[in-house]
Ligand binder design. Sequence first.
Ligand SMILES: *[C@@H]1O[C@H](CO)[C@@H](O)[C@H](O)[C@H]1NC(C)=O
Ligand SMILES: *[C@@H]1O[C@H](CO)[C@@H](O)[C@H](O)[C@H]1NC(C)=O
Ligand SMILES: *[C@@H]1O[C@H](CO)[C@@H](O)[C@H](O)[C@H]1NC(C)=O
Ligand SMILES: *[C@@H]1O[C@H](CO)[C@@H](O)[C@H](O)[C@H]1NC(C)=O
Ligand SMILES: *[C@@H]1O[C@H](CO)[C@@H](O)[C@H](O)[C@H]1NC(C)=O
Ligand SMILES: *[C@@H]1O[C@H](CO)[C@@H](O)[C@H](O)[C@H]1NC(C)=O
Ligand SMILES: *[C@@H]1O[C@H](CO)[C@@H](O)[C@H](O)[C@H]1NC(C)=O
Ligand SMILES: *[C@@H]1O[C@H](CO)[C@@H](O)[C@H](O)[C@H]1NC(C)=O
Ligand SMILES: *[C@@H]1O[C@H](CO)[C@@H](O)[C@H](O)[C@H]1NC(C)=O
Ligand SMILES: *[C@@H]1O[C@H](CO)[C@@H](O)[C@H](O)[C@H]1NC(C)=O
Length: 688
Amino acid sequence: MGLATNLRILAVVLCLAAAQPPISANSLKTFTAKYGAFDDNSLFAKAPALIGPNALQITPDTASNLIPFTNQSGRVLLKQPFKLWKGPNNNSSCTDRVASFNSSFLINICRLNNDSTGEGLAFVLVPDFNLPNNSSGQYLGLTNSTTDGLASNHLIAVEFDTFKQDFDADDNHVGLNINSVVSKKAESLNQSGVQLSPTEAKFYNVWVEYDGVKKAIQVYIIEQPEKDGATPPRPDSPVLEEDLDLRGWVDQISYFGFSASTGNTIELNCVLRWNLTVEYFSDDNGPLIKILLGVGLPVVAAAVAAAVAVAYYCRRKKRSMPINILGALKSLPGTPREFEFKDLKKATNNFDVKKKLGQGGYGVVYKGLLQNEGLEVAVKWFSRGNLKDQDDFLAELMIISRLRHKHLVRLLGWCHKNGKLLLVYDYMPNGSLDKHLFSDSNSKPLRWNLRSNIISGVASAVHYLHNEYDKRVVHRDLKASNIMLDSNFNARLGDFGLARALDTEMTSYKEAKGVPGTMGYIAPECFHMGKATQQSDIYAFGAVLLEVVCGLRPRTEVGGFQFLVDWVWYLHREGRLLDAVDKRLGEEYVVEEAERVLLLGLACSHPIATERPQAQAIVQIISGSVAVPHVPPFKPAFVWPSMPMALEDISQATTTMTDTRFFSISTSNFGTGSTLLENSEVNEIELI
Ligand SMILES: *[C@@H]1O[C@H](CO)[C@@H](O)[C@H](O)[C@H]1NC(C)=O
Ligand SMILES: *[C@@H]1O[C@H](CO)[C@@H](O)[C@H](O)[C@H]1NC(C)=O
Ligand SMILES: *[C@@H]1O[C@H](CO)[C@@H](O)[C@H](O)[C@H]1NC(C)=O
Ligand SMILES: *[C@@H]1O[C@H](CO)[C@@H](O)[C@H](O)[C@H]1NC(C)=O
Ligand SMILES: *[C@@H]1O[C@H](CO)[C@@H](O)[C@H](O)[C@H]1NC(C)=O
Ligand SMILES: *[C@@H]1O[C@H](CO)[C@@H](O)[C@H](O)[C@H]1NC(C)=O
Ligand SMILES: *[C@@H]1O[C@H](CO)[C@@H](O)[C@H](O)[C@H]1NC(C)=O
Ligand SMILES: *[C@@H]1O[C@H](CO)[C@@H](O)[C@H](O)[C@H]1NC(C)=O
Ligand SMILES: *[C@@H]1O[C@H](CO)[C@@H](O)[C@H](O)[C@H]1NC(C)=O
Ligand SMILES: *[C@@H]1O[C@H](CO)[C@@H](O)[C@H](O)[C@H]1NC(C)=O
């Protein structure tokens, strides 16, 4: 599925928005809800829980000196809550039915190094996103010693418990928990032949079915021999069954998800697949609306196909509608606006070579002066405006144009006419970062405080793109030549989002093979996935960190190594990390800062995507408020392709990578290529 399709989905949304008569209010809501749970845009992870491309890690799957494995708790919830019954909240005399739901999921509770396990994983129905403090250990991320048992918890959980507490029957049971970790009902799984966390990795498919008419809950479980194999049929008999009227316990509007914890003993609590069907009551008290959500499933394809069908229908109708994307874009207040080609031509003195500011993977950038406004601008003329469809491109622009951050280059407008495509940006008087880092003249090297300031600026821009804007945006083309410097040498990130706007996955570094200075920013998994992700942005950011401190390009022959990162890693192992600092700085730099940034650069360059720190942590590390993650002395090996691992592979992985405590068994390596593709395609839809 290509870019065009993805953007058409945006078209649907706009289309529906445009056709706004009251009758469609409902269907609009249903429609967007269908995209619910396919990726981290629809799920909320309470740290240290993590949404990996192929697994929800409810407790950490790697340990660092910041976050150990022990005594952790986490939650991952669907962001969208559901109204579970009609009428007033908690009216127990109300005999109306309660919404039914079915949740089925594939879990892998992985034991490490044959140690004992702890503590467990639970499917939950909770009132909010809060994770109670001190909810590790026996509390499973549900409650803590203060709140356990309180009716005000409003929570229900189906626990898969792997550690025997005094109040537990054993260390291998399923239980129904109401407001407390002391189960209302529990059943040992021994007689079903299920061991939740055996010494060799096993995968279990679980069904939690709630019947809102009978008001009863049932739990089924069966081993799934192969992680990527077909889901076995649901067993006929439940392992646990109990009457349950949700109205007595949970909030009328509640969230579904998972929660888990570790204690003194640890395990990896992973959910690999999740299907959820919920009936919910829409706000207008209309009929039950059934929606289907899924994580990493072929269902995605069906949903997308449906959306595309609607999109085409919508498109055909669109002509008769007053609003199309171009119109919508033009009607946006302020920037970006459409420019006349002749005005840009005039501004750049007919694209005078003397006005040329630079040439990148996409085309040539000229300095211009908008005469009417007296405003200096940078005009980028795309040499390969590979546009299938102007509307698609404009739709993408619309997303980009809504991003506002002081460390992003502002897009002022565009011009697209007769195959020519130009974008107009704020002019950045100090050009791009690479010019200052690698100028071969005898000019003064960029001072340390400027470098340090640039680094934190870029980090905050990446954090904004990844986490703070309401849709998550992947930059896809982060590198020194895309980091512009304003008149005060503040960093401004440019070209974000364009990689996708132009040609689904073509980043300029990928395109510009052989152009010096473009290699070394691409995360190793990108070569396999052919997709950019937030984690590949972080990899590129790591390359930028190293080059800013070392004053060397990522692809540099240095100290017998071909890549800067390998040399820095070597120096780290040798205990002389500071030898990497740009020689031109002499003693003029802050030792602790340089050390911190170099280590962070290495941490971001981790060959395994899920091991890299995330943007938010990076911002904190750079500011010094959080310690740098532990960086192993040897660069860990890159692991691909993703294969279900046999036991010996696991032990190999753990022995060769003991330093990072990385356990491939629980991470993204689980996915097959096709799952990855599916997920990232959905990501793209969600990005809209
Ligand atoms: C509870 O529900 C019943 C039946 O739906 C209704 O008659 C009654 O007024 C409700 N009570 C309150 C306190 O809302
Ligand atoms: C849940 O699954 C059961 C058994 O397959 C089915 O009868 C029921 O209709 C399903 N409920 C929902 C809400 O999909
Ligand atoms: C989710 O639903 C799909 C389609 O119905 C099915 O193929 C898949 O096995 C289900 N997955 C789980 C974890 O139940
Ligand atoms: C794990 O423990 C079991 C039982 O204690 C033992 O039989 C098995 O050999 C151990 N496996 C490994 C890989 O140490
Ligand atoms: C338990 O969590 C509540 C809030 O969820 C918090 O107020 C309380 O301090 C926590 N208790 C402990 C012992 O941390
Ligand atoms: C949890 O603990 C942190 C610090 O230990 C505190 O700032 C926060 O308010 C606590 N949260 C609750 C809900 O008590
Ligand atoms: C957990 O409880 C202890 C006291 O029992 C307190 O010192 C600590 O701050 C709490 N942790 C959090 C995250 O609230
Ligand atoms: C189930 O098996 C586990 C592990 O062998 C054991 O520790 C536990 O006591 C058993 N539970 C029951 C109820 O027998
Ligand atoms: C509903 O009311 C009952 C009795 O007043 C109370 O025990 C229970 O906690 C309430 N439940 C909710 C979800 O408010
Ligand atoms: C985990 O928490 C418990 C209870 O707070 C504490 O006794 C124990 O030392 C902690 N374990 C580790 C490994 O930190």
